[in-house]
Ligand binder design. Structure first.
Ligand SMILES: [Mn+2]
Length: 347
């Protein structure tokens, strides 16, 4: 499906003046009233947006992730449908058209691998995210690698005055072209959201930065590069590393604290970015960068339930870094779907 050939609606006209066409049928306007407050994890329509992209990690596999997640949410791959109550709020899948990568080593600047196709895909995702939120629907970006957050955060930031970000991840993703050990852009989206790094990527859908450092909370960090440690030493991002999570009484207790802090911060919308590599390799193996010492399924589920039950104004979610090619028996995909169902509806 090629989203660019689709027709468009008014929101798209604001964001894409170079593309003429008729209204989009990919994100049909909802007949439901637009909720203007509250937590959209509960009750709001859900707009799943596939981002079939592995360009940010330079691997094959992540581009299949969105289809595995969407099929799981809809019980298409289950022998016995679960009857998950959130299914009734799921809208049709929107698919972000991701350009192909150039073959290595022609992917461009080795410190910003695949920048051009990632920039194009993230501009599209930003439009879809903005349109979904403007229409009162939870924008659910299904990855795909974590570079997609460049687009989803840009789209979310365009819909509010002051965005808060809850970043649940093993990594801080705070690298810039100057600090990156790999050149992989999936290690950069949080730095870009804060206005650091490649200017074209940082200014999708409007000026940089998208978020203030004091409005960012990171939970689960346990594998940081030297440049990221230096970044955190200079910027007031709230960080809960795994060691601190244990000291605070676990993941759920830490999430509860982060919810209170974000609620008191004055942000008027919250973006949740969940990198599945935060899970422990004993229960989730199908990711490009597994690191021992992660969350187990039960505690992750408990924390995600707290987010669903909170009063945070959560409008958009990233669910990233599932690589089904590494999931020979489907167990990791099952975990990724189960946690997402827990976040979005009773289970
Ligand atoms: Mn990440």
């Amino acid at each position: 499906m090629n989203a660019e050939r689709g027709t468009r609606n008014a929101e798209f006209a604001l964001e894409q003046p170079h593309s003429a066409g008729a209204p989009s049928t990919l994100i049909p306007r909802s007949a439901f009233p637009v909720p203007t407050s509250g937590n959209w994890l509960r009750g709001a329509r859900i707009a799943p947006i596939a981002v079939p992209m592995g360009l940010g990690v330079c691997e094959f596999g992540p581009e299949i992730g969105p289809y595995a997640l969407d099929a799981g949410l809809r019980d298409r791959t289950a022998a016995t449908p679960s009857g998950w109550p959130g299914a009734g709020r799921l809208e049709p899948l929107t698919i972000t058209d991701v350009p192909p990568s150039l073959p290595s080593p022609l992917y461009g600047d080795p410190r910003l691998k695949n920048r051009e196709p990632i920039l194009t895909a993230c501009k599209r995702l930003a439009r879809y995210t903005q349109a979904a939120i403007a229409d009162g629907r939870l924008a659910l970006a299904l990855g795909g690698d974590h570079a997609l957050s460049i687009g989803s955060i840009a789209g979310a930031a365009a819909t509010c005055e002051r965005l808060g970000i809850l970043w649940i991840d093993t990594h801080a993703d705070l690298n810039t072209p100057e600090t990156t050990p790999s050149g992989n852009i999936h290690g950069m989206p949080m730095a870009l959201a804060l206005g650091h790094g490649n200017r074209a990527l940082a200014t999708i859908a409007g000026a940089a930065p998208k978020v203030r450092p004091e409005d960012v909370t990171m939970i689960g960090l346990r594998d940081l590069d030297a440049g990221e440690e230096a970044f955190l030493a200079r910027h007031p991002v709230r960080v809960y590393r795994m060691a601190q999570i244990d000291a605070l009484g676990g993941f759920a207790a830490t999430v509860a604290r982060a919810i209170d802090e974000l609620a008191a911060s004055g942000v008027d919308a919250v973006h949740l970015s969940f990198d599945l590599d935060v899970l422990d390799p004993s229960c989730f193996t199908a990711t490009s960068t597994p690191v021992p010492g992660g969350l187990i399924v039960r505690e992750a589920l408990a924390g995600l339930r707290l987010l669903r039950e909170s009063t945070l104004p959560i409008r958009s979610v990233d669910w990233v870094e599932l690589n089904p090619l590494l999931d020979t028996r489907g167990a990791s995909t099952g975990v990724a779907v189960r946690l997402l169902k827990g976040l979005l509806g009773d289970d």
